[in-house]
Design a protein around this ligand. Structure first.
Ligand code: XMP
Ligand code: MG
Length: 184
């Protein structure tokens, strides 16, 4: 048995990416975003809670320049299955009008959450909305929008760690784990 296998509530997860691999991906995203920042209009990062808190913290500390950050809450997941239903965004306490917004996500799956978020922010008058996501699942992505900054593409498997949770467990794991086969 893999000694690094972890049990979260009723499910086992196995190692998928190390913290070093993740850190390299974060630095690559930060370099590309840093290069684009000077061309942007009063940019700020908008982290999507809860999952993005780890990536947002790492990403901002790797940027070459200072950038403000705000957070909103917005979720479409229950357990390990997408509910397909996108709930209301909560807590946008910043004027987005005329500004270039960089939405910071832990993971983009189908893209439904992000699509409503982009529409909402544009409706509020954002000049542009870009997406920075640590992970994405190209096999299930259905969005008609671009993912501007992607840390790493992963297969369509349920992952935890690095901010991502299974039923609120596992967010603080520094490495990324994947649900062990045969349990979902
Ligand atoms: P959609 O399908 O709207 O979903 O792009 C995005 C949200 O779903 C959550 N999500 C996951 N959470 N492990 C998780 O812990 C996963 O593998 C996973 N895939 C999607 C996540 O909250 C994201 O914001
Ligand atoms: Mg999330």
């Amino acid at each position: 048995m893999d000694s690094k296998r972890v049990l979260l509530r009723d499910k086992y997860f196995v190692p998928f990416l190390t913290r070093e691999e993740i850190a390299r991906d974060v630095r690559a995203v930060a370099a590309r975003l840093s290069a684009d920042l000077p061309t942007m209009e009063r940019p700020f990062a908008l982290g999507v809670l809860n999952g993005s808190f780890v990536f947002a913290a790492d990403l901002l500390r790797e940027l070459d320049a200072e950038m403000p950050i705000h957070f909103v809450k917005y979720a479409s997941y229950a357990g390990t299955e997408s509910t397909g239903e996108v709930r209301q965004m909560l807590g946008l306490a910043v004027d987005v009008r005329g500004r270039d917004v960089i939405v910071v996500e832990d993971i983009v799956d189908t893209g439904l959450t992000m699509r409503s978020m982009i529409e909402y922010l544009k409706g509020m008058g954002a000049k542009s909305v870009r997406v920075a996501t640590m992970f994405c699942k190209p096999e299930v992505f259905q969005g008609a929008f671009r993912l501007d900054y992607v840390g790493r593409e992963i297969p369509n498997r349920f992952v935890v760690g690095y901010g991502l949770d299974y039923d609120e467990m596992g967010r603080a794991l520094p490495d990324l784990y994947v649900l062990e086969e045969g349990q979902d």
